[in-house]
Ligand binder design. Structure first.
Ligand code: NAP
Length: 321
């Protein structure tokens, strides 16, 4: 065999491998975002109750309502008692499910968790949605512009809450041999985003924690079950119209919170790491190509973002002001 023949074979095999990988990815995406609409797992099989943090608005509220619609009783955890009571009433009236409310401010340190543990005692918790999250500021800002106390608040709320809440529910899930923990990360938790330094860093924490947790616990206690025993799912949305994004107009890029939660819950058991919906999966893929890290991290782009004539908000959305 000549040298040219050998090179042709190696080239052919490489192309075939890439095509196979592409075909596999397309199939996984199709299954996760299209087939899942008709091929849903019955979420009640995880357990009677779902716990949702940051449940009173946006994505958390949408998850809580969707979980209730799918037959679970819901524990709503947030900081405003009035909003919690209103949502609990709404869920009871609309879906006839039981609710419990826990008023807590997640910017607090580890001392807030024993009280939450007390409230959750005795409940069969099948699903935990670690959704609560906050940004440092409503515009792109340099790290030193963030007030000192905000640093601890954002870290406590976005990071500490995730392993602490997990620690409260996971032992019983492992004992029962079933459970699901959904962690809401972000597109800016996949790649670093300058001018959102702290927020972006807290979200990569969520992503890594979620992926490692899934690897550690997916097979714990599996005996006859088809689905994972205590599985963890990391959700990495792009833009969703909520208070955090100044309730942006919904379009093919920006999802409504309810639409997002419905589609994201369809992906349960199809993927442990998901963009949540097809539109965001395509945007994530496009951003990887169109906005490579060298460009995202460049001084040029940082200045451009910073000097945008309008105030720019979280994840690049433009505020209405
Ligand atoms: N919106 C997006 O485009 C987007 C994209 C990617 C990722 N995410 C992530 O999705 C999650 C939800 O975001 P969202 O857009 O739905 O936000 P949101 O509309 O601002 O809602 C946040 C929820 O968390 C509660 N909350 C905030 N700070 C809290 C605290 N210190 N203690 C207790 N509860 C607190 C809020 O309660 P109150 O009602 O009392 O304020 C509210 O219920 C976050 O983790 C965020 O990082 C959002």
């Amino acid at each position: 065999m000549s040298f040219t023949d050998a090179l042709t074979i190696i080239g052919g095999l490489t192309v075939a491998l890439y095509l196979l990988r592409l075909a596999w990815r397309c199939w996984c995406g199709f299954r996760q975002y299209v087939l899942s609409e008709h091929w849903q797992v019955d979420l009640r099989t995880y357990g009677q109750w779902a716990v949702v943090t940051g449940a009173t608005s946006g994505i958390g509220k949408a998850y809580a309502s969707e979980l209730a619609r799918r037959g679970l009783d819901v524990v709503l955890v947030s900081r405003s008692e009035e909003k919690l009571r209103m949502l609990a009433k709404e869920i009871k009236e609309e879906y006839g499910r039981k609710t419990r409310i826990i008023r807590v401010d997640f910017t607090g340190s580890y001392s807030i968790y024993p009280a939450i543990a007390e409230e959750l005692r005795g409940l069969e918790i099948g699903i935990l949605v670690n959704n609560v999250g906050m940004t440092c500021s409503d515009h792109f800002s340099y790290f030193l512009e963030i007030p000192e106390q905000k640093i601890t608040q954002v870290i406590n709320c976005n990071m500490l809450s995730v392993p602490q809440m997990t620690r409260l529910v996971l032992p019983h899930m492992v004992e029962r041999g079933t459970g699901l923990i959904i962690n809401i990360s972000s597109q800016v938790g996949i790649r670093p985003q300058p001018l959102l330094a702290l927020y972006s860093a807290t979200k990569i924490f969520v992503t890594y924690f979620s992926q490692c947790l899934h690897a550690e616990y997916k097979s714990k206690g599996i005996t006859v079950q088809v689905k994972d025993a205590a599985a963890s799912q990391c959700v990495v949305p792009c833009m969703v119209s909520t208070n955090m994004t100044n309730n942006l107009k919904v379009n093919c890029f920006v999802k409504s919170a309810s639409g997002f939660a419905r589609e994201a819950l369809n992906t349960v058991s199809h993927s442990s790491y998901t963009s949540g919906c097809l539109s965001h999966a395509l945007q994530n893929a496009a951003l990887t190509v169109l906005l490579p890290d060298w460009l995202r991290m460049s001084t040029f782009l940082i200045r451009k973002l910073r000097n945008h004539p309008k105030v720019t908000n979280y994840e690049g959305s433009v505020c209405k002001e």
